[in-house]
Write a protein that binds this ligand. Structure first.
Ligand code: CMP
Length: 230
């Protein structure tokens, strides 16, 4: 169910997109935003669907992926609180979603409808600059992925991925880095089979780079891990 959220201003301020806005501008966004909840494993939208809104993540992790006609899945990105997605369909002819978005954990989000979002961009141009900065970061990450997929062997693909995921799952104070993903989720991100991923993870564990626990990979020796990256 969609809920109007007139008291959203503090939650909105945490988004990089909105961080330079004045209180009246934030209040305006709160008046056009709706809160949505996506339980773990539910689909937010599917690749190819018509896109009519942009989504801002308040809590939880969203998986962005594309699948091939034979059912294989490539995860393009994991998005976290303060990230946004669903903007591409609004700007591209045909307005088709370029990828599937799925809640990897229970998620809370804010959605803004296309017409409201377009009007907002016209009235508050600073938001467009923030969007361009995010798109530049995404292109940088996609270029890294292309390089690894084209030039890396299985071991370096996995090592590159684990090092990239460090930014997504920063260590809590005094604790090591823990990547809370299953072997299948890592395989989808790295572009490897689940079997190869498990084999490579076991090899990295034998080398002391990682420690494997149920549904978690602890990065125990980053310098050693970097030696396996491309
Ligand atoms: P849209 O095409 O509307 O729906 C899918 C969304 O996934 C897309 O907008 C972007 O917001 C997001 N997306 C697509 N590709 C990537 C990527 N490589 N990295 C991060 N986010 C992406």
């Amino acid at each position: 169910m969609n809920v109007r959220m007139p008291t959203l201003d503090p939650a909105l301020k945490q988004f990089v997109l909105f961080q330079d806005l004045t209180p009246p501008q934030l209040a305006r966004i709160a008046s056009i935003a709706r809160e949505r909840r996506f339980p773990k494993r539910t689909t937010v939208f599917l690749e190819g669907e018509k896109g009519t809104y942009v989504v801002l993540i308040v809590a939880g992790i969203i998986k962005i992926s594309r699948s091939s006609s034979d059912g294989r899945v490539k995860t393009l990105a994991l998005l976290r609180p303060k990230d946004f997605f669903g903007e591409m369909a609004l700007f591209l002819p045909g307005h088709e979603r370029s990828a599937t978005a799925e809640a990897l954990t229970d998620c809370r989000a804010i959605t803004i409808e296309q017409a409201d979002f377009e009007k907002l961009l016209k009235d508050v141009p600073g938001i467009s600059l923030r969007i361009i900065q995010t798109l530049a970061h995404r292109l940088q990450a996609a270029n890294r992925q292309i390089k690894t997929l084209a030039l890396g062997d299985s071991q370096s693909k996995l090592a590159d991925l684990l090092l990239t995921l460090m930014d997504e799952f920063p260590a809590a104070a005094g604790a090591g880095v823990v990547i809370p993903l299953t072997h299948q989720e890592l395989a989808d991100l790295a572009g490897l089979s689940r079997e190869t991923t498990t084999r490579m993870l076991n090899a990295l564990e034998e080398e002391g780079c990682v420690r494997l626990k149920a549904r978690q990979v602890h990065l125990t020796d980053l310098d050693k891990l970097k030696k396996y990256a491309t």
